[in-house]
Structures are given as structure tokens and as C-alpha cells.
Ligand binder design. Structure first.
Ligand code: ZN
Ligand code: ZN
Length: 286
């Protein structure tokens, strides 16, 4: 279906921009910027997504900001998600995201786009917009500065006029509740996975500690063995009589050896074979 109103608006906008009209100047009385003014226009619900996107693209290309907040701390996306037509809202959000806006934006009062829709969204487009925002990564568990969830704001809305509106709001509420449950379950699973990982790391650490203790014990045993060997070696290299000085002398002619020079000097007979000592010779150990 052709929308001559949208076509005419786009043509007029392009002409104005080409003629040098500012897209960044605020309204002299209300302070509203052109992009904001456009997104708040009631007739947008009759526009197609591509038509709204074309206007947003034109304004952004001419210098309008897709992300700047106004005095009331609302940004373009805050208005885009309130457009009462699913197609127009979706087209606008996509155009703004392409121009650098982030659907996970949070206002200075902690409001996510889900909070905006829950508070002020149109029943007509609400469920579709919420679905789109959740798919784009908005967090349904986020709370605003008053600690309110988007789902709570939705429940606090005044009762809707018609049955179809009430049904749309309750469908939107159900979407939020389901998403909250899914997010909570995912968070719990992540915590469980983290705990399991931690337990595994602790088990690894315990194994490593046990290995280290075993290695240390082995090392201590080896050191003790080494000390014993050294002691034995020292003992074997000391004089058999005084056990204080190194054994350096052999007795001739029997060739028994194992005495220090002092003790050897005092020997008349070999203590091993009892032969008379005729002379002594220095022994060099290898
Ligand atoms: Zn000796
Ligand atoms: Zn001898």
C-alpha cells in the first residue's frame, strides 16, 4: 500500500536539507530536535518500516545525532520503541542502530528500553517491540534506579481501555516473565558451571600439591642417602686406629694399609697380620 504522506514527507525533508535547513537546531520554544520531533509524530503508526528508516537515515546523514539525549534524558531509541506500529518501530530501531545507537542503552535513571516500553509503549506494538528488544540483547532482569523491573512497570500500568489492549499488555508481560525466567536459569547455569570449574581447579591443585609433597619426600630421602654415603666415605677414608686423621700410610712389607702417618709411625707390628713393620709407604687413594 502506498503511503503518499510518507513519500511527501521524505521528499520535503530532502529538499529542505539540500536547501541548507539545520537538522541539529532545537525548536525555539520546546527545545525539541528534528529527529525527536519526527519519532514522536503520531502519524508514524501508518508508515512502513522502510519509510521511517529513510527519514532517519536522511536526518542522520545531514548531521542529526542518533544517540544524543534531550533535556528529559530521552534518546531517539526511547521514542522509537514507543511507535504504535510494529513495522515502523522495527524499521526505526534498525535505522538508529545502524547509525550508532545501542539497544542496550540505560538512562541516567537506570531505565532500559524495556522499561520505556513497559511504561509508555503502545499496546498495539508492545509485544512485538519487546520481542525484538529481547532478541537484540536487552536484559529483562535490569532494574531502574528505583529498583523496578520492566515487568513490574508493566503491571503497574493503569488498566487498558479495551479487551484487546488488555490482552496485548498481558501478552507483553508474559514475554517479559518468560525472558526473566530464561535469563535467571542461564545465570544459575553459569554459576553452576563456574563452581564446577572451580572444583576441578581445586582438585587439580590438590593433586599437584600431593605430587609436590611426594617429590619433596623423595628429595629428602635422596639427600639423607647422600649424607649417609658421604659419612660412610669419610669414615672409610679415616685412619683405622685414631679415626681422626686421613688414612694415608701402608705398612711394608705386608702392604696392609689404613693408618694416618702419626699412628703408622708408632706401629712396630702390623695390627692385621702381625708382621714386623720394616718401612711405611704413602698410599694415594684414587
Ligand atoms: Zn691414626
Ligand atoms: Zn700386615
Amino acid at each position: 500500500m502506498d503511503n503518499t504522506h510518507a513519500d511527501a514527507c521524505l521528499v520535503a525533508l530532502k529538499l529542505l536539507v539540500r536547501a541548507g535547513a539545520s537538522v541539529t537546531a532545537a525548536h525555539h520554544r520546546t527545545g525539541v530536535l528534528p529527529l525527536e520531533q519526527f519519532l514522536r509524530s503520531r502519524s508514524l503508526q501508518f508508515w512502513r518500516g522502510c519509510e521511517v528508516a529513510a527519514v532517519v537515515d536522511t536526518l542522520v546523514a545531514a548531521g542529526a545525532s542518533a544517540t544524543a539525549a534531550n533535556e528529559g534524558r530521552w534518546r531517539p531509541l526511547d521514542y522509537a520503541v514507543l511507535i504504535p506500529s510494529k513495522a515502523a518501530a522495527q524499521g526505526t530501531v534498525e535505522a538508529l542502530v545502524a547509525a550508532g545507537a545501542d539497544v542496550r542503552q540505560v538512562s541516567s535513571r537506570g531505565k532500559t528500553l524495556l522499561h520505556r516500553v513497559a511504561e509508555c509503549g503502545s499496546a498495539q506494538s508492545m509485544a512485538a517491540v519487546i520481542k525484538m528488544l529481547l532478541a537484540a540483547g536487552c536484559d529483562p532482569l535490569a532494574v531502574d534506579s528505583k529498583g523496578q523491573l520492566a515487568a513490574q512497570l508493566l503491571q503497574q500500568r493503569p488498566p487498558s481501555g479495551s479487551d484487546s489492549e488488555a490482552a496485548a499488555v498481558s501478552r507483553a508481560a508474559q514475554l517479559l516473565l518468560d525472558a526473566m525466567a530464561a535469563h535467571a536459569a542461564a545465570a544459575q547455569a553459569a554459576v553452576a558451571a563456574q563452581r564446577a570449574q572451580q572444583a576441578e581447579l581445586e582438585a587439580q591443585l590438590a593433586t599437584q600439591r600431593a605430587q609436590l609433597a611426594a617429590q619433596q619426600a623423595q628429595l629428602a630421602a635422596q639427600q639423607a642417602q647422600l649424607v649417609a654415603q658421604q659419612e660412610q666415605q669419610e669414615e672409610q677414608s679415616l685412619c683405622m686406629i685414631c679415626t681422626a686423621r686421613p688414612r694415608t700410610m701402608g705398612l711394608m712389607p705386608c702392604c696392609h694399609w689404613g693408618y694416618c702417618s702419626d699412628c703408622a709411625d708408632r706401629l712396630q707390628k702390623c695390627p692385621v697380620c702381625s708382621r714386623l713393620v720394616e718401612s711405611k709407604a704413602r698410599i694415594y687413594a684414587l
